[in-house]
Design a binder for this molecule. Structure first.
Ligand code: FES
Ligand code: FES
Length: 155
């Protein structure tokens, strides 16, 4: 079945089963490979994308549930004013280790800062708790979020 999706501001068409997760639609049908597969059961956050600005686990969203919502992925963050700041802070603090979880981390951080421009450590912990990093880059992630917010880093 053909689905029209708005991905990073472009209309794309995917011919997939209605229950195909958005993650696989993006990666396999549309070649948008920034969102990563980690657990497949909404436990790791590697697949995080935004639907109308809200972070969601794309491994758990069937493509048929997306409708006209705007899908944003890490590929679109350079064109997002907040996403751009987040990515710059990530680079400056050299956050990534293996990098696998980082697209999801950046998507969650961007959604947080869009809603809460000056987050506390507690805000950060609440927003980022569903994004797992096996390389344990959590201290740098928190520092980079404060940096992107223009706050003194507390790490
Ligand atoms: S792959 Fe979606 S949350 Fe882990
Ligand atoms: S940087 Fe390796 S899993 Fe997070």
């Amino acid at each position: 079945m053909a689905f029209k999706l708005n991905v990073n501001g472009k209309v794309m068409e995917a011919d997939v089963d209605p229950d195909t997760p958005l993650l696989w639609t993006l990666r396999d049908a549309l070649g948008v490979t920034g969102p990563k597969y980690g657990c497949g059961v909404a436990q790791c956050g590697a697949c995080t994308v935004h639907l109308d600005g809200k972070p969601v686990r794309s491994c758990q969203v069937p493509v048929s549930a997306v409708g006209a919502a705007k899908v944003s992925t890490i590929e679109g963050m350079a064109a997002d004013p907040v996403g751009k700041k987040v990515q710059a802070a990530w680079m400056e603090l050299d956050v990534a280790q293996c990098g696998y979880c980082q697209p999801g981390q950046i998507m969650s951080a961007t959604a947080l800062l869009t809603k809460t421009p000056k987050p506390t450590d507690a805000d950060i912990d609440a927003a980022m708790s569903g994004n797992i990093c096996r390389c344990a880059t959590y201290t740098r992630i928190r520092a980079a979020i404060h940096k992107a917010a223009g706050q003194k880093t507390e790490a």
